[in-house]
Write a protein that binds this ligand. Structure first.
Ligand code: KIV
Ligand code: ZN
Length: 515
């Protein structure tokens, strides 16, 4: 069997990633990320662009001094002043690399650089030859390579190698390439420059303007590239860069198909993703591959049932591999009894079959109102279910009108021993109006001693929990109600307390109280 090739991971989160609009980092924050990249076992960290600002110079120097395992790289235009800034910034690095770039495509030559092909080749030759005297590792990037005439691109690559470049990076600067075409370009360059991808590292750097950065990078790897430039969470200029986690996890997950491996410590991926998101303030989209919040959540009942029977039915990666504790069966309206029962047991509740059926009905009713049911929601349902007391007074309907400048008015309908009873009342607030309407029906003469409201779960559709303490017939009794509607939760809590009194008095076989 053919031995697998190592793919070097060149992380540019701190350079191209930081170019994301609004993602600027302080030198201390950059150092924190660099340390996490070291724990991820990144081969080369592009720490910044030292000539661009004093802050960048400081950040790259700090990383060079403190992060010792990976190669630390600095970016530079093809000009002596930038190369010198990299030299100074990387002075204390244990292993260092200079990354010089120069645009080669016709549009860049003509409109941006105003230089012809000959001048471009001369610059490459001169600056790389000079830089190679003080850097053992020099990487050359022909910017906008994917839109450069192929033969000229190959000439620039040859010139760079002859001048002393130790790696050549082919950027798809504007995310224009498509995978098959980009793979062919890499094959063409390898064929024209033997040794590329072997003695001379052959790297790719893909942008995501068409959403193809990962696909293009992998097509290049299959065509002979042995280094991939990427960023954590795929952040970067405009639509971003190829995402590190997608590259590493594809190579790992499809080891059966890929002829290569990386040395990335996959279990550090989640931590790296969260750290970068936290420090840059760039929120990871929920459906982002590998690191999005939903990447290992199963919502469909059919999928949940499948995953519970055999994880691999709907999961191609083990979430534990990237440092998550496990998958999540996201309970919601599509969930079936299987997933519901498993979660109930996991939460430590032991229900009889009848209790389970009743709780499941309540769960479905809540799921119709609330998109996702979290553990806290379930606990609220289950505690009510377990502490079930007969619903002597049952809420049938409620209507509350609360307008600025007028007293709120509530219309409540309760059922009692099969009969419907209705009342309307105004109050100082909507809850007060409801409680007064309930009292008109029940006439318990309850005194409200305490009222507390808290949100059981987060989010706009959070479940509100109301706890009340009533004094009825000289005794204190508590009630609790939950609902996504806090007024309804308040009424339910009140009725719960009344029903407790009713249950106790019936148990005592005497109606000592009007409830
Ligand atoms: O996208 C690009 O071309 C770059 C170069 C500096 C490599 O970021
Ligand atoms: Zn780039």
């Amino acid at each position: 069997m053919k031995e697998k090739r190592k793919i070097y991971i060149f992380d540019t989160t701190l350079r191209d990633g930081e170019q994301s609009p609004g993602a600027s980092l302080t030198p201390d924050e950059k150092l924190k990320i660099a340390r996490q990249l070291e724990r991820l076992n990144i081969d080369i960290i592009e720490a910044g662009f030292p000539a661009s600002s004093p802050g960048e110079m400081k950040a790259v120097s700090m990383i060079a001094e403190n992060v010792r395992k990976p190669v630390i790289c600095g970016l530079s235009r093809m000009i002596p002043k930038d190369i010198d800034a990299c030299r100074r910034a990387l002075e204390k690095a244990a292993k260092k690399r200079l990354h010089v770039f120069l645009a080669t495509s016709q549009i860049h030559r003509e409109f941006k650089l105003k230089k012809d092909k000959k001048e471009i080749l001369a610059m490459i030759e001169r600056e790389i030859r000079s830089a190679a005297k003080s850097f053992k590792q020099v990487e050359f990037s022909p910017e906008d390579a994917s839109r450069t005439e192929r033969d000229f691109l190959s000439e620039t690559v040859r010139a760079a190698i002859q001048a002393g470049a130790t790696s050549v990076n082919i950027p798809d600067t504007v995310g224009y390439a498509v995978p098959q075409e980009f793979g062919e370009l890499i094959r063409f360059l390898v064929q024209k420059n033997p040794g590329l991808g072997k003695k001379i590292a052959l790297s790719v750097h893909c942008h995501n303007d068409l959403g193809l950065a990962t696909a293009n990078s992998l097509a290049a790897v299959l065509a002979g590239a042995n280094q991939v430039e990427c960023t954590v969470n795929g952040i970067g200029e405009r639509a971003g860069n190829a995402s590190l986690e997608e590259i590493a996890m594809t190579i790992d997950t499809r080891a059966d198909f890929m002829d290569c491996y990386t040395d990335i410590k996959l279990s550090e991926i989640t931590k790296a993703s969260r750290l970068v998101s936290h420090l840059t303030g760039m929120v990871v989209q929920p459906n982002k591959a590998i690191v999005g919040r939903n990447a290992f959540w199963h919502a469909s009942g059919i999928h949940q049932d499948g995953v519970l029977k055999k994880r691999q039915t709907y999961e191609i990666m083990d979430p534990k591999k990237i440092g998550l504790s496990g998958n999540q069966l996201m309970l919601g309206k599509l969930s079936g009894k299987h997933a519901f029962g498993v979660r109930v047991n996991k939460l430590g509740f032991r229900l009889t079959a009848q209790e389970m059926d009743q709780a499941f009905v309540q769960f479905k009713a809540l799921a119709d109102k609330k998109k996702y049911i979290f553990d806290e929601d379930l606990e609220a349902i289950l505690q009510n279910e377990i502490a079930k007391i007969p619903e002597t007074w049952k809420l049938v309907s409620m209507k509350v009108v609360s307008e600025t400048g007028t007293k709120p008015c509530a219309e409540i309908a309760l059922s009692y021993e099969g009969k419907l009873k209705k009342a309307t009342s105004t109050g100082d607030g909507p809850v007060d109006a409801c409680y007064k309407a309930v009292e008109k029906i029940v006439d318990s003469k309850a005194k409200l001693i305490h009222y507390g409201l808290q949100s059981v779960t987060g989010g706009k559709d959070a479940l509100g929990e109301v706890l009340v303490k009533l004094e009825i017939c000289g005794k204190e009794v508590t009630g609790r109600g939950t609902s996504t509607d806090i007024i309804e939760a308040s009424v339910r809590a009140y009725l719960f307390a009344l029903n407790k009194v009713s249950a106790n008095s019936q148990r005592a076989k005497g109606r000592s109280c009007s409830v």
